[in-house]
Design a protein around this ligand. Structure first.
Ligand SMILES: Cc1ncc(C[n+]2csc(CCOP(=O)(O)OP(=O)(O)O)c2C)c(N)n1
Length: 295
């Protein structure tokens, strides 16, 4: 179906993000999908500083800052309050980083989704606690170095697998769950719109490459996002009312094409790279099998 990208910009220039920040594009496309009747709740994160300090701000929608662990609780409160005022047509969105979602905010998120409120939760996933200096999160992938998993003499890179919060949300019975990334704005905006049409809670995990924490050149953010999909390291899927659909990339690349471009993976040897390739293949087959499996 033909798709027209909305011209309306609800995110203005003049924000304070690092050059090449993927998370700025995530917010920009999200707001294109939702329109001006949107309220955003942001916890402690890069996005808590990106809009700018009062009286300046780069967002043309109301925004509230919430404590690190309480994004889920805050959006359900805002939702209830708007509904009482007869403003059911407003979208209420939690916009949190991966640390604030996969780790510290997980119970608040899970509670909000379980209570069934009509809210959006967007996890912008830059795969570490970036605002405080690139500490490892539950969403940091296997193999990455961070400031809390520095390589050192013992090759102390992250040894655990990435926690896929979107998968947890499906397991919990959330009616709309998707993964997206900024290299594919049409796919991302279409998912935001599909989520809007779905009654109840919605969760979207958006991979947002971070040049500062992944150590690549700021002009390669979109390329990094595209490579994550083409290597199938970050598969794009949509789960809507029990139907699971996986997007097959136009081209299939080996994981090293992605890993070699980021200094956080520079130390990986061929055995470790093969382990990542095998894990990607296993996960891909598992996702494929979900397409035909009724929930
Ligand atoms: C309760 C609490 N603990 C720690 C902090 C410090 N803090 C502020 S932002 C941040 C990192 C957030 O990481 P993430 O959620 O991944 O978002 P990102 O910074 O990557 O955008 C931390 C640890 C805080 N503000 N509140």
């Amino acid at each position: 179906m033909p798709f027209s990208l909305p011209r309306e910009e609800l995110m203005e220039p003049g924000h304070t993000a690092c050059h090449g920040c993927g998370a700025t594009l995530a917010m920009r496309y999200l707001l294109k999908g939702l329109g001006e009747k949107t309220v955003v709740s942001v916890p402690a994160s890069c996005w808590a500083v990106i809009p700018g300090a009062m009286p300046y701000r780069s967002l043309d929608v109301p925004m509230i800052y919430t404590p690190f662990a309480s994004t889920g609780a805050s959006i359900t409160g805002i939702r209830e309050s708007l509904d009482l005022q007869g403003k059911e047509d407003y979208s209420v969105v939690g916009f949190a980083g991966d640390g604030g979602t996969a780790d510290i905010g997980l119970q608040s998120l899970s509670g909000a989704m379980e209570r069934g409120h009509n809210v959006f939760y967007i996890m912008y996933d830059n795969e570490a606690y970036m605002n405080t200096g690139v500490q490892r999160s539950g969403s940091t992938p296997f193999g990455a170095t961070t400031t809390t998993t520095p390589l050192g003499k013992r090759r102390n890179f992250k040894k655990q697998e990435k926690k896929m919060v979107a998968d947890l949300m499906i397991a919990q019975g959330v009616p709309y769950v998707a993964t997206a990334t900024i290299a594919y704005p049409e796919d991302l905006i279409r998912k935001v719109r599909n989520a809007k049409e779905t009654e109840g809670p919605k969760f979207i995990q958006i991979l947002t490459p971070c040049p500062t924490g992944w150590y690549f050149s700021p002009d390669e953010t979109v390329e990094m996002s595209r490579l994550a999909v083409k290597t199938r390291i970050f598969p794009l899927y949509e789960y809507r009312n029990g139907m699971f659909k996986l997007t097959r990339p136009s081209e299939q690349l080996q994981v090293w094409e992605y890993l070699r471009k980021q200094n956080r993976f520079r130390h990986l040897n061929s055995t470790e790279t093969s382990m990542i390739q095998e894990a990607v293949e296993r996960r891909w087959s598992e996702l494929l099998s979900r397409e035909n499996r009724p929930r």
